[in-house]
Design a protein around this ligand. Structure first.
Ligand code: ZN
Length: 457
């Protein structure tokens, strides 16, 4: 990164179009015959070097050779009908460097089916470490080596000559490293060919969206709307049974309120198609936050903390109210400013309660889950649900794009006509809800009902 003038090039973007001739020969002739031809082409480089002519075995590199030198190299293909046929797809391209020489050397016209031959060849070298890609890169290294432009230790040169009948674990990485280093030569003028190649591929061939659906799974333990309703009514009954007076009870109201809130989110997730939607992930996140918060509160079980939870919420309502109140008639339609005002002022008496437990903020959720001994649940669910809540690229990419399976389109992304169904969140939501219900039971014993049903029900 610190050396000036180094060009960053990519195998797929820049070098695949340049080494297309080699990829086409492997795809068309088979590996053995293609490697043989690569050697013959490299020998031409040695002959040229004797005349002080040096070049690169790329399509742009061939084009930069003097005319007679280029004719000499391409003559290797001109003499072989099978090579001419294998290389025919090159002629599909208007911008092929030194197209005229190629037309003479290949002596044939491209056919429509050449697009699929081309696609097969490109597919085999998309991965820069595939055997075919390594063979292409070896062809380039050999041309440079025999052309006298590259000086390496004799032992290494010997191994390159004997490729692929050598210890490939050792030689393959050297081939890749050397070929990769050619791209870093600062004097390499950047040829327009790679950009032109991909542009014509995109212009002349169709997209093939490849949709990756979540793997089909056997139904996991979940719940039913009926069971969720049973739990809700039991929860209400238990709330009444454990309430002793009409005085403000921050603990009781938080425990039962949070549990009811979670049941309501779960109920939403049970509606058709919600559980596989983007909102399904944000629903799961709400359940997670509710669980971690309640677990922490019950774990500490300090009167000041119950009040802090409550006061923080009222404070947030007050903050929202003050901001929106200034907007007068322009407040969001979905927010009732009067409701906010009422909520902010409902616990006015709490202004007189001394509270010294620090901030009650979302950023504390990790520490809270640690303190309550449930960091495992936090780690399980927090990060990926965050991606959806915050519209991170990974979530956006996963939900809204497919990959194009046409190799001539470089695995680009295609916007989907409808959002991809994600994995079902209901089993996880049920699990977290049941964990939360056990916290309710811990705080107010005698509450054993849960939402999860066995898979067979
Ligand atoms: Zn495409």
């Amino acid at each position: 990164m610190q050396i000036p003038g180094l060009a960053q090039t990519s195998w797929l973007d820049d070098r695949v179009p340049e080494m297309l001739w080699a990829a086409l020969l492997i795809a068309g002739l088979g590996r053995e015959r293609a490697l043989e031809l690569f050697r013959i082409v490299a020998v031409e480089a040695r002959k040229l070097a004797a005349r002080e002519v040096h070049g690169d075995a790329t399509l742009s590199g061939f084009a930069e050779l003097p005319d007679d030198a280029r004719e000499q190299v391409l003559h290797v293909f001109q003499e072989r009908t099978s090579a001419q046929r294998a290389l025919r797809p090159l002629l599909l391209f208007d911008a092929l460097p030194s197209r005229d020489t190629w037309v003479r050397a290949l002596a044939c016209d491209p056919l429509p089916e050449d697009w699929s031959l081309l696609a097969d060849a490109v597919l085999s070298v998309l991965d820069h470490q595939s055997q075919e890609a390594t063979d292409c890169r070896w062809a380039r290294v050999m041309f440079t080596l025999l052309g006298g432009r590259l000086h390496i230790p004799a032992e290494m040169g010997e191994e390159f000559l004997r490729y692929p009948d050598v210890d490939l674990r050792k030689v393959r990485p050297s081939v890749r490293a050397l070929e990769g280093s050619f791209a870093l030569m600062p004097d390499e003028a950047k040829s327009p060919w790679p950009v032109q190649f991909w542009a014509q591929c995109y212009r002349d061939t169709r997209c093939a969206p490849l949709s990756i659906a979540p793997p089909a799974r056997a139904p996991l333990a979940g719940t039913s709307t009926n069971q969720a309703a049973v739990v809700r009514s039991e929860l209400v009954a238990h709330s009444v049974a454990t309430r002793s007076s009409t005085t403000v009870d921050a603990r009781h109201e938080a425990v039962f309120g949070i549990a009811a809130y979670v049941l309501s989110v779960l109920d939403d997730l049970l509606r058709i198609s919600n559980s596989t939607s983007v909102l399904g992930r944000t629903g799961l996140r709400s359940i997670l936050e509710a669980y971690l918060t309640l677990k922490y509160l019950v774990h500490k079980d300090e009167p000041e903390l119950w009040l802090a939870y409550r006061n923080y919420g009222s404070g947030q309502a007050k903050l929202a109210f003050l901001k929106l109140d200034e907007l007068e008639g322009e407040a969001p339609i979905s927010i009732n400013v009067q409701t906010l005002e009422r909520l902010a002022n409902e616990d006015r008496w709490m202004e007189f309660v001394p509270i010294n437990v620090g901030h009650w903020e979302k950023s504390n959720l990790r520490q809270m889950s640690e303190a309550a001994g449930v960091k495992g649940e936090y780690d399980r669910f927090y990060d990926w649900t965050s991606a959806f809540v915050h519209a991170n690229w990974a979530a956006v990419r996963n939900a809204e794009y497919d990959v194009c399976a046409n190799p001539l389109h470089r695995l680009h992304r295609i916007l989907r006509s409808e959002t991809r169904a994600q994995e079902d969140v209901v089993p996880d939501a049920c699990r977290l809800t049941d964990l939360l219900l056990s916290v309710v039971e811990q705080a107010y014993p005698g509450f054993s009902v849960r939402v999860s049903l066995p898979p067979s029900v």
